[in-house]
Ligand binder design. Structure first.
Ligand SMILES: N[C@@H](CCC(=O)N[C@@H](CS)C(=O)NCC(=O)O)C(=O)O
Length: 205
């Protein structure tokens, strides 16, 4: 398998953590890709033009990160990151959606507040994205006591929430999300010590 990736993408990190947790990391060749480059051929594999994009051994493209994680989970016989039990599965996938939603809104917030030219900035839009980030964090905070930490089985929920918070810390170090969410802060400290998280810490490019 080949993984089209960029180094600080939190969506890529979800896939990298999943690959480690499922024992598949060694089977994946990583291909550095700049999705923002005018010259990139990424769009031929992923019409959405984003990383991560996985190319299977059969040559099929799989995107985006929730689908890649599900694909990887189907390729091993160990502990599944997406539970089989229907109730547990929906619970994990819904919490993972809150993690992805935190990221999607965080990316829009970054573009609006940092990347967009000053004269084109739209405060209403930025505030809306910040509200979404906050709400998703509140949901994660409420679930924190029931989430896996350093050891034991992990699900897609912990992977998405953990990758999301790690990226927020990288891009918005002054957001102060820990202040009102001690349970989530404590959980994030613990999950950050997990090997798959330690091995995939994003580094500022
Ligand atoms: N929903 C996608 C989001 C992926 C995404 O937004 N990737 C960013 C990098 S962090 C990207 O490739 N952006 C390029 C673009 O928006 O054109 C997923 O879960 O994989």
């Amino acid at each position: 398998m080949k993984l089209r990736y960029s180094p600080t993408s939190p969506y890529v990190r979800k896939v990298s953590i999943t690959a480690i947790e499922t024992g598949l990391a060694e089977r994946i060749e990583r291909v550095s890709t700049d999705p923002w480059s005018a010259e990139t051929d990424l769009g031929q594999a992923n019409p959405i033009g984003k990383v991560p994009c996985l190319i299977t051994d059969a040559g099929d493209a799989v995107y985006d990160s929730p689908v890649i994680c599900e694909y990887l989970d189907s390729q091993h016989d160990g502990q599944k990151i997406i539970p089989a039990d229907p109730d547990a599965r929906i619970k994990a996938l819904t919490l993972a959606a809150a993690g992805d939603g935190m990221l999607d809104a965080g990316v829009l917030l970054l573009i609006e507040t940092v990347r967009r030219p000053a004269e084109l900035k739209w405060d209403w839009w930025a505030e809306r994205q910040q509200t979404v980030v906050n709400r998703c964090m509140d949901v994660a905070d409420a679930a924190a006591d029931s989430m896996a930490t350093t050891d034991g089985p992990i699900t897609i929920a912990e992977i998405a929430i953990g990758a999301g918070l790690g990226w927020i810390d990288l891009r918005f170090p002054d957001m102060g999300w820990r202040n009102d969410r001690p349970a989530l802060a404590d959980w994030f400290d613990k999950i950050s010590d997990r090997l798959s998280f330690e091995q995939t810490v994003p580094v500022q490019a």
